[in-house]
Design a protein around this ligand. Sequence first.
Ligand code: HEC
Ligand code: HEC
Length: 375
Amino acid sequence: MQPMSCGRSENLDRQVSIQRTLAVPAIFLLSTIRTIAYCGVDENRAIWGKALFFETRLSANGKISCASCHDPQRAFTENKASSSDIEGRPVHRNSPTLINAAHMDVLTWANPLLRKLENQIIVPLFLDTPGEMALIRVWPKVRSEVLAQPPHIGMFRAAFPEEKAPPDTQHLFAALAAFIRTLVAFDSPYDRFLAGDKKAMSEESLKGRDLFFSTRTACGECHSGILLSNASKSEFLKSKDPLSPSPARDGLGQIIQFAHNGLYNWDGNGGVPAKSEGLYEFSGKPEDRGKFRIPSLRNVALTPPYMHDGSIASLEAVIEHYNQGGLNKCKAKRKCKAAPQKHPSIRPLNLNSTEKRSLAAFLRSLTTSTPPRPN
Ligand code: HEC
Ligand code: HEC
C-alpha cells in the first residue's frame, strides 16, 4: 500500500479507514487537525506496528511489551510513579501518554535532541542500562524465531513490500512510529465547545478555562496551543481558543519548551534530587537543573500520577502545588525558598476553593470520550 498522500479530501477518507482497520473508535476530529495527524501514515505499517506494540517477545525476558508501560486504558500511560526495566529497576521517569505524542516537537521529559518517533523508540526497545525491554540481548533469536515467522512475517511483507530480507531494526522503528502516529484524539468536551457546542462544557469548567488562560495563573503561557503544551509542533501552537495566550518566550525570543515549575529546591540553592536533573543532563548549564519538557495536558485526568517522576498523585494536588507557587521541596524536609531557576510565572496564586475546583473541572474537560483503544 502506498504511503498516504497529503491531499485534503482523499486524506480524510483514508484516515477513517485506518481507524476502522485498527478498530480505533471513530473520533470526530476537527478536519484540519485530522489532516495533519494522519498525513503520511502508511496503513499497513500502522497495522504491524500495533501488533509489535503488544508483543512481549520483543523484550529480553519475554514479559514486557510497549503496552506494559503505555496502557491503552490509561491514555497509554502507567499508573506508577516510575516505570521499571526488565530487572525491576526504576527508570526514574513517569511514562508519558502516547496519544498525540506524534505532534510533540520534542520527545520524552527532558531530551531536547529526541525529535523523531523513530529515534525515540530505539531507547525502550534496544537500550540495556536501563533495559526497558533490552531487545539487544536476544535480537538475533527474536529476529529469526519471532519476526521472520507468522504472524509477523506476513504483516512485515504487507508493510514493506520491497524488502526481501527478514525484518530489521529500522522496520520495527518505522512500524511502531506509524502506529503511534495514528493515536490522535480531539473530541474532548473542550474541543466540542470550541467547535461551537456551547453546552459541551459545564459552567464550572468554563470558569476554570478563564482562570487557566488568565494572566493571574499564567497556566496558558506554558501549556499553550491545541495540545496545551509549548513543546508541541509549531502547527499546534496556535489554539482555536481566543482566550489562549501566546507561548512564553525566553530572553532570546525562543518559545520556552522546558521549564522549572517549582517542584524542587533540593539543597536550598537550586539543586535537584538525583535523576531529576532534567535539561541540565544535556546542556550542563546550572540554570537548567530541574527543567523539564512542558507536558501536554490533554487526557491529563486519565494519567496520574503527575510530573516527570510521578511525585504528585492527583490533579487536586497539582493545583495545590501551583497555588503555593511550587512545592519547592527540599532535602531538609522544611519548606525551602524557591529555586533561583524557577520560572517567574510560578508564584503563589491565592486561589480559593471554588477556583481550585474550577481549574480541576477544566483539566477534566480535556479528556477525550473515545481515547483510541486499539483492541
Ligand atoms: C519500562 C516501561 C516502558 C516501556 C516498556 C516502554 N516505554 Fe515508552 N516511555 C516510558 C517512559 C518512562 C518514557 C519517558 C522517558 C523519558 O522521559 O526519558 C517513555 C517515553 C516514550 C515516548 C515519548 C513520548 C513523548 O511524549 O515524548 C514514546 C513515543 C514511547 N515511549 C514509545 C514506546 C514504545 C513504542 C515502546 C515499545 C517499543 C515503549 N515506549 C516501551 C516507559 C516505557
Ligand atoms: C513556567 C511554565 C509552566 C506554568 C506557568 C505552568 N506549568 Fe504546568 N507544567 C510545567 C512543566 C515544566 C511541567 C512538568 C514538570 C516536571 O515534570 O517536573 C508541568 C506539569 C503540569 C502538570 C502535570 C502533567 C503530567 O502529565 O504529569 C499539570 C496537570 C500542570 N502542569 C498543570 C498546570 C496548571 C493548572 C497551571 C496553572 C496553575 C500550570 N500547569 C502552570 C510548566 C508550567
